[in-house]
Design a protein around this ligand. Structure first.
Ligand code: CO
Length: 169
């Protein structure tokens, strides 16, 4: 068990584009396990490696956290290969954006290809919440945050509030 610190807005690291993983090593497996420990400790449903300060293309998710089975899935070098329809995710949140909740327009279904933790090619066909999580986490790998999806006015208010809270410490 290793719970890692979450990188939070406005840390510029979160705007980095993550690098593809060329060799899956013991370090990759440790990273994935630590990410899972971290995600569960914050009751999150998804996490990207950049959120624990590692600029590598790894995401994990568990959209069934309510069932108490900690069956998370990792995807290395994930890529959306198909996307269809429209849905609005209600009050979407992010562990890197404390106190921000916003509705976001998302594709209704996505197909994501990548590698599992063992390096085997996988394709995940997702809809509903899982499709939202995958789009959200893959955006992290491209340096995109929920805060980029709200109006400039709301973003400024959120940024000011966050900086004030940081200053208070
Ligand atoms: Co997030």
């Amino acid at each position: 068990m290793a719970k890692l610190d979450i990188v939070t807005y406005p840390d510029l690291l979160l705007t980095n584009k993550s690098e593809p993983i060329l060799n899956i090593t013991a370090d990759t497996h440790k990273l994935i396990q630590d990410m899972a420990d971290t995600m569960y400790s914050f009751a999150g449903v998804g996490l990207a490696a950049i959120q624990v300060g590692i600029s590598q293309q790894v995401i994990i998710y568990d959209h069934l956290t309510q069932d108490n089975n900690k069956n998370f899935q990792a995807i290395i070098n994930p890529e959306i290969i198909e996307q269809h329809g429209v849905q609005t995710s209600e009050k979407e949140g992010c562990l890197s954006l404390p106190d921000l909740r916003t509705d976001v327009k998302r594709f209704k279904t996505v197909s994501v290809k990548g590698l599992n933790a063992e390096g085997k090619p996988i394709t995940i066909d997702a809809e509903g919440l899982l499709a939202v999580i995958l789009q959200h986490e893959i955006e992290h790998l491209n340096g995109i945050l929920l805060v980029d999806k709200i109006s400039a006015l709301k973003r400024n208010i959120y940024k000011r509030k966050t900086l004030k809270n940081l200053a208070r410490g």
